[in-house]
Design a protein. Sequence first.
Lengths: 112, 115
Amino acid sequence: TQLLEQSPQFLSIQEGENLTVYCNSSSVFSSLQWYRQEPGEGPVLLVTVVTGGEVKKLKRLTFQFGDARKDSSLHITAAQPGDTGLYLCAGALAGNNRKLIWGLGTSLAVNP
Amino acid sequence: GAGVSQSPSNKVTEKGKDVELRCDPISGHTALYWYRQSLGQGLEFLIYFQGNSAPDKSGLPSDRFSAERTGGSVSTLTIQRTQQEDSAVYLCASRPPGLATDTQYFGPGTRLTVL
């Protein structure tokens, strides 16, 4: 059972376009994280959201945590080829033993 | 460096052989995780060590998989009698102590190929 549904799975866009990646669950998370992974490397944390309704911005990336803390989105404005990579969301369930629940990832290709 | 390191970076083995994968976490990090990742896919949880507590082995796919963490630091993931379906990238991550963060810091992974 996949507790964290991530969509789309694959995305190929042209430089300058905007895009949104979604993570959805029926579970409530105490926090949710977004990671980016490049080929041959491990995932690297981009942001952690904690409060329902929270919005965080990281340059051209905007992260939102749903009011009920069950879902999150990542919006990239004016995508660049350097944004290419695998984007992973991961949620922490309150009261568990600190294991993250991982989405399956969104593979993004930004073409020049 | 101060990050998580893993060795070897690549391992090619024959079906039926045993392999050992090593992870050196960030100094002072009390939690250590092993994951498996198939090509371009998400992370499959394998095992979790937290301090001196008994490890959470709930993600190990079979009894051919085992892991140890010696002295609360270095960890070794062992796969016995490897099968072709074991081919994947094995990632290790560590997390600092305390409740302030769930952030995991990843190593670069070991790419395992079973022929």
